[in-house]
Design a protein around this ligand. Sequence first.
Ligand SMILES: NC(=O)c1ccc[n+]([C@@H]2O[C@H](COP(=O)([O-])OP(=O)(O)OC[C@H]3O[C@@H](n4cnc5c(N)ncnc54)[C@H](O)[C@@H]3O)[C@@H](O)[C@H]2O)c1
Length: 251
Amino acid sequence: MDLTGKTVLITGVGSGIGEATARVFSAYGANVVGVDRDLDAGQKIVKELAESQRPAIFAHGDVCQEKDIAGAVEAAISRFGSLDCAVNNAGVEGALCSFADTRVEDFDEVISINLRGVFLCMKHQLKHMAAAGGGAIVNMSSVMGLIGSAEIVQYAASKHGVLGLTKSAAAEYAARNIRVNAICPGPVETRMVREIMESTPEILEPLIENVPAKRMAAPSEIGELAAWLCGPNSAYINGAAVPIDGGYVAI
Ligand SMILES: NC(=O)c1ccc[n+]([C@@H]2O[C@H](COP(=O)([O-])OP(=O)(O)OC[C@H]3O[C@@H](n4cnc5c(N)ncnc54)[C@H](O)[C@@H]3O)[C@@H](O)[C@H]2O)c1
């Protein structure tokens, strides 16, 4: 796949799936605009890409802050002339605990980053892409956006919400040559999963045991799907929630 000349904005570029996705897009020739609230981690990845692969810039920001997101979209256009693709990936999991014990503050924080943050990103990306004549957006949901999950209600609710944003934007913007899809990963080997594995292995171990493939995904496998969904070979896929889960939701 050749994405030479395309510019992609990726949130949560400083770690895990976001980092791997940036490397995949860069390897296919795209210019990368990386966004993260973690200044050091985000800057490090983007610097590496710019030195070894394709042009890349870092936009330090929090997806909960509209001015940061507007600034990142503006930075993409002023540096590279356009914003063709976006991967809205930044997310957090929140505390694992029973529904009734979930703290309202924790619920609000996860919804603010995982759902409201994706909304803010899409709002500014869609505005620019519609004016420029088209584009492709990929939002990071989860298998927990497709099925319920005990003891992590804030996360499951936020990821179901991401699918609502995805389908609504796909319906509205198809006529303006913009496709919007979501990726629903099962467990992926990143910090998020390593921390859950360390704190509450009794939750994660049975989950992985239930994956027909009997393994987690590598972050780069998610990045490859994101790049394909932004590329020309997926031109008729729009409004989809694509599982990448080793068969987890199939059984
Ligand atoms: N790891 C998994 O098993 C898995 C499975 C399904 C879905 N996901 C989703 O994939 C996405 C990436 O997860 P990951 O495992 O790579 O996590 P990660 O913790 O390794 O990376 C997340 C990155 O997002 C950044 N970030 C967090 N909040 C932010 C904010 N408010 N503004 C800007 N940046 C912010 C962090 O600094 C970090 O660099 C998340 O949306 C997650 O819900 C992960």
